[in-house]
Ligand binder design. Structure first.
Ligand SMILES: Nc1ncnc2c1ncn2[C@@H]1O[C@H](COP(=O)(O)OS(=O)(=O)O)[C@@H](OP(=O)(O)O)[C@H]1O
Ligand SMILES: Nc1ncnc2c1ncn2[C@@H]1O[C@H](COP(=O)(O)OP(=O)(O)O)[C@@H](O)[C@H]1O
Length: 430
């Protein structure tokens, strides 16, 4: 009788929260048994192999789910996905992986028995530091993972706590920093997780004395105000400020959307010219046509290709915003869900302003600068927006412009007025 080898386990990258839960379970923290929604074909391959390799967003293995016959289950839903349930193997022997790997510690190997631990995604406040006291060694456990509310990036929080660690060491206190993958849920689960993480290293959780109210912090910083210096040590203040610098220094994405021929490129170009002439801000124009010749070369106009195109624009724009740049984008971007994804992507790193160039299709067709409407009407150009492919009118536009009866200069000034009122431009351009 021949023994057939078990098939290769499939690989799958789950959503960011599940991925962080798998990474935590691999460290022996939190529930080892995890359920992951996967496409039906991955589900059946995983059950056949008895395992699922969970990969991170770079495609590297982040953990393995051992699917036990007794716990494997498949619950179909409307989207052709199934839930596979299994146990995450703990990776004691593995090298730490991911960014800042030198700060990543495994509780099975590195112990902080009897230490106090401050556990958070955010840089710590003065009161919590005080509550930690000076009579015991202090461990900063920085949590790295998706947040329910945006806040300083992990790298920025790390920089703050590394500085605090040095300051404490200078006073003779024993202090250290470790990085642990963990999601932020925004509910009671966060407290329980913080306790579990501290305890896994043998440390006692210092309960946060101040609940960082991100909305209030953001409002204070948006208004150009200072955060109360008594509440935050200087390195934490700097981290919060880097998260939300004053608006005229903060990354901004001005996103035009509208039909072909509505005037997006013309107005966007006029806005960019004026910004370059009158401000010190660095400006990048990601015009629809230009993007399609480079970044999105080869893509067509199916819904999937348009989504890809617009998400690529969003990805690049978010990166530029992360560095404090101003980006003007001008694709048709006909789908509300895709625009919402871009807004969300950008909001993690900067601000997002949506401008709907709402020139009606009749006027766009009358202009028909490129003769595309005529070709679409003649049936030569399939999936043409406004004719044979939908345009979903935005409900969340910050400015609506119909260029039928306004000049290019007026449209440009309406956009610049919005940016000035919002504080993204200095009030008096030089
Ligand atoms: N089928 C179809 N539908 C719409 N537009 C079409 C199509 N085929 C070609 N073109 C030309 O491509 C430009 C739109 O590309 P975008 O990247 O802005 O579109 S999308 O955001 O991906 O929907 C658009 O440029 P603009 O006129 O500047 O909007 C058109 O010139
Ligand atoms: N007020 C206005 N704003 C923008 N474009 C206008 C305006 N009035 C007329 N137009 C003309 O409409 C056309 C818009 O084309 P374009 O800017 O390429 O649109 P889109 O990028 O949305 O396809 C141009 O020929 C432009 O000269």
């Amino acid at each position: 009788m021949t023994h057939s080898p078990s098939p290769q386990p499939p690989r799958f990258t789950p959503d960011a929260v599940t991925l962080a839960e798998v990474e935590l379970a691999r460290l022996g923290i939190g529930p080892a048994e995890i359920s992951i929604n996967v496409p039906a074909d991955i589900g059946s391959k995983a059950r056949a192999a008895g395992r699922l390799v969970v990969t991170d967003r770079e495609g590297a293995p982040a953990g393995t789910l051992d699917i036990h016959g007794s716990t494997a289950e498949a619950t179909g839903d409307d989207h052709g996905t199934v839930a596979v349930r299994g146990t995450v193997g703990t990776g004691d022997a593995d090298e730490p992986r991911g960014p800042h790997s030198s700060l990543r510690a495994h509780p099975g190997k590195t112990r902080f028995d009897g230490w106090s631990a401050i556990v958070s995604h955010d840089p710590p406040d003065t009161y919590t530091l005080r509550a930690a006291g000076t009579d015991r060694p202090l461990l900063f456990i920085v949590l790295d993972g998706p947040r329910e509310r945006p806040g300083p990036e992990t790298a920025v929080t790390i920089r703050a706590v590394l500085t605090l660690r040095e300051e404490l060491r200078d006073t003779g206190q024993v202090a250290d920093v470790v990085l642990v993958p963990a999601p932020h849920y925004g509910d009671h689960r966060d407290d329980a997780l913080a306790v579990a993480i501290a305890e896994s290293f043998g440390a006692d959780l210092v309960r946060p004395a101040l609940r960082a109210d991100h909305a209030a912090l953001q409002e204070g910083l948006d208004g150009g105000g200072q955060l109360p210096a008594a509440e935050w040590p200087a390195p934490s203040l700097e981290a919060w400020r880097r998260w939300r610098p004053p608006r005229h220094e903060r990354g901004l994405v001005v996103f035009f959307t509208g039909l072909s021929g509505s005037g997006k490129s013309t107005v966007a170009r006029a806005v960019v010219d004026r910004l370059n002439e009158t401000t010190d801000r660095t400006v990048t124009l990601l015009d629809g046509d230009l993007v399609r010749r480079n970044l999105s070369a080869g893509l067509g106009f199916s819904r999937a290709d348009r989504d890809r195109n617009v998400e690529r624009i969003g990805f690049v724009a978010a990166e530029i915003a992360r560095h404090g740049g101003l980006v003007v984008c001008a694709p048709i971007a006909p789908f509300a869900a895709t625009r919402a994804r871009v807004r969300q992507m950008v909001s993690a790193t900067g601000d997002f302003v949506l401008i709907h160039v709402a020139t009606p299709v009749e006027e766009c067709e009358r202009r028909d600068r490129k003769g595309l409407y005529a070709r679409a009407r003649a049936g030569e150009l399939p999936d043409f927006t406004g004719i044979s492919s939908p345009y979903e009118t935005p409900r969340d536009a910050d400015l609506v412009l119909d260029t039928t009866h306004v000049s290019v200069d007026e449209a440009r000034d309406a956009v610049l007025g919005l940016l000035t009122e919002g504080g993204w431009l200095p009030p008096h351009p030089t």
